[in-house]
Design a protein around this ligand. Structure first.
Ligand code: G6P
Ligand code: ZN
Length: 543
């Protein structure tokens, strides 16, 4: 093979964020920009000679281009065997599964998750390690350090191989194996869930609508929900992946998946509705007449997981990110298993899953998953819900309301203030930090602060400490307000305010969420000085 050594200069802005490096497409199109970051990954990963590497992405604009370069660079950097999804496609959970199943050294996933795509949209490169999960901070720090020092990168001179046909070929002396992106993932789902039970429920009238948002899960949903489980083809909408997601925003929430929400609230609503994001790791769950919040979904899934064959032995424990509601904590305590509260970011679940301390994890940001892979998994959540619906023969609404009666309801809402001036947002957080020590015992209306802190987390497996993970203000009775700056925004700062109120009284379980949370919302503004410091009267998004 002829290896080119290309001279380059470091870019100062290649620090990986919560989920790898994310920038606008034109930014990634600068000469050498993507190659520099890929080289930093190869250097940081210290590729063992002949190693196996998984490569794939969510199919967004620029995906094909970068996949070709990544394969050529893998060949030049000592990788012996590349496993790549056909046409470069792999959902994030499917990539995680392949890394684990094929015992690869890791994987390169090209995606900007739920951010819009297209020539002016977003693009991203993320490295996952051998357990199938996102690289831990020690690795991303190494990658970042390399990006600051690089003077050259290595790439095979030959043109990128054709990856449009499944099969194994030789490319410059290494093996390039093009795999069906869906097959291994679908097989894993069949191991975890009772497909026959779900198939029978569907043939007996259970109706569903899955919105793939023109993103990666289209082919997965067609294979699993339509072909294997018998849902009519029309049950899967926006099923064809497009490079620009059809101009949409592939983020499964009430704002960006509004047509699906309207459909589920209409008189013709199916029994079950769901959507996933650009790269297939997020989920939104709905039933006729109800949008299930991610925090409630985690709690319901954890309480009912034993109904699916893959979890019939019960759960080892449950983990949730700190801002996620405490509904799952009540399930864990009833089950007598551990509950772990981690900082925001799926990577914090990796050690707990590897150590067998938890089976199910979830985040308020529409992520749920289990120990089957090391990423959150949108279709997994959909299938577990379907399995539970089929086993319990009740509606989504009935199951959620029964859950509230049983455990109490954690009313919950997140308010986002987007593109806030960065300095103002940081000052707001600093000011809160400065007042934490004096907050305990303070009264706001009927609320009394019982505890206030800046969340820090000591990983119980490797002892590493993560500080500054969000301001928690906890009131007696368990209500909470959490303030946090987003780690994934691309413009200015995004302030997230998470509001939670525990209501044990079933007679009060059907209030509009904003009514139930009114006092907390007002208190959040008083304590956080949100209006005053951001100049915003209202949040941009309420989820
Ligand atoms: C990504 C990660 C999630 C995380 C989310 C938080 O989607 O994969 O694990 O919860 O970012 O985003 P934020 O914008 O709140 O930092
Ligand atoms: Zn995603």
């Amino acid at each position: 093979m002829t290896i080119l050594t290309v001279e380059t200069k470091p870019f100062a802005d290649q620090k990986p964020g919560t989920s790898g490096l994310r920038k606008k497409v034109p930014h990634f199109q600068q000469p050498h920009y993507a190659e520099n970051f890929l080289q930093a990954i190869f250097d940081a990963a210290e590729v063992p000679a002949g190693a196996k590497l998984v490569i794939g992405g969510d199919g967004r604009y620029f995906n094909r281009e970068v996949i070709g370069r990544a394969i050529r660079m893998a060949a030049a950097n000592g990788v012996g065997h590349v496993i790549v999804g056909q046409n470069g496609l792999l959902s994030t959970p499917a990539a995680s599964n392949l890394i684990r199943k094929r015992q690869a050294m890791g994987g390169i996933i090209l995606s900007a998750s739920h951010n819009p795509g297209g020539p002016d949209g977003d693009f991203g490169i993320k490295y996952n390690v051998a357990n199938g999960g996102p690289a831990p901070e020690t690795v991303t720090e190494r990658i970042y350090a390399r990006t600051k020092k690089l003077t050259e990168y290595k790439i095979a001179e030959a043109a990128a191989p054709d990856i449009s046909l499944v099969g194994t070929t030789q490319f410059e002396g290494i093996m390039v194996e093009v795999v069906d992106p869906v097959a291994d993932y679908a097989a894993l789902m069949e191991e975890l869930f009772d497909f026959e039970l779900i198939r029978n429920a569907i043939s007996n009238g259970l109706t569903l609508c899955f919105d793939a948002m023109h993103a990666i899960t289209g082919p997965y949903a067609m294979e699993i929900l339509h072909k294997r489980l018998g849902a009519p083809q029309g049950s899967i909408i926006n099923a064809v992946p497009l490079e620009d997601f059809g101009g949409g925003h592939p983020d499964p929430n009430v704002v960006w998946a509004a047509p699906l929400v309207d459909h589920l609230m209409s008189p013709h609503a199916p029994d079950f509705g769901a959507a996933s994001d650009g790269d297939g790791d997020r989920n939104m769950i709905l039933g006729r007449g109800i949008v299930v919040t991610p925090s409630d979904s985690l709690a319901v899934l954890a309480a009912n997981a034993h109904l699916a064959k893959g979890y019939s032995a019960g759960l080892a424990g449950i983990a949730r990110s700190m801002p996620t509601s405490q509904a799952a904590d009540r399930v864990a305590s009833r089950l007598g298993v551990g509950i772990y509260e981690t900082p925001t970011g799926w990577k914090f679940f990796g050690n707990l899953l590897d150590a067998g301390k938890v089976t199910i994890c979830g985040e308020e940001s529409a992520g749920t998953g289990s120990n089957h892979v090391r990423e959150k998994d949108g279709l997994w959540a959909v299938l577990l819900w379907l399995n539970i619906l089929a086993a319990r023969k009740q509606s989504v609404l009935e199951i959620v309301e029964e859950h509230w009666r049983d455990y109490g309801r954690n009313y919950y809402q997140r308010h986002d203030y987007e593109e806030v001036d960065k300095a103002a947002a940081e000052e707001l957080m600093d000011s809160l930090r400065g007042r934490l020590a004096s907050m305990s015992g303070q009264r706001f209306g009927t609320l009394v602060v019982s505890e206030a802190d800046d969340f820090s987390y000591m990983d119980p497996v490797d002892g590493s400490l993560s500080t500054g993970q969000g301001i928690r203000i906890i009131f007696s009775g368990g209500s909470r307000i959490v303030f946090r700056l987003s780690g994934t925004g691309t413009v200015g700062a995004t302030l997230r305010v998470y509001l939670e109120l525990y209501e044990p009284n079933a007679a009060r379980h059907n209030l509009p969420v904003e009514t139930a949370l009114a006092e907390l919302i007002e208190t959040a503004d008083i304590i956080g000085e949100i209006r005053q410091r951001t100049g915003r009267e209202q949040p941009d998004v309420r989820t």
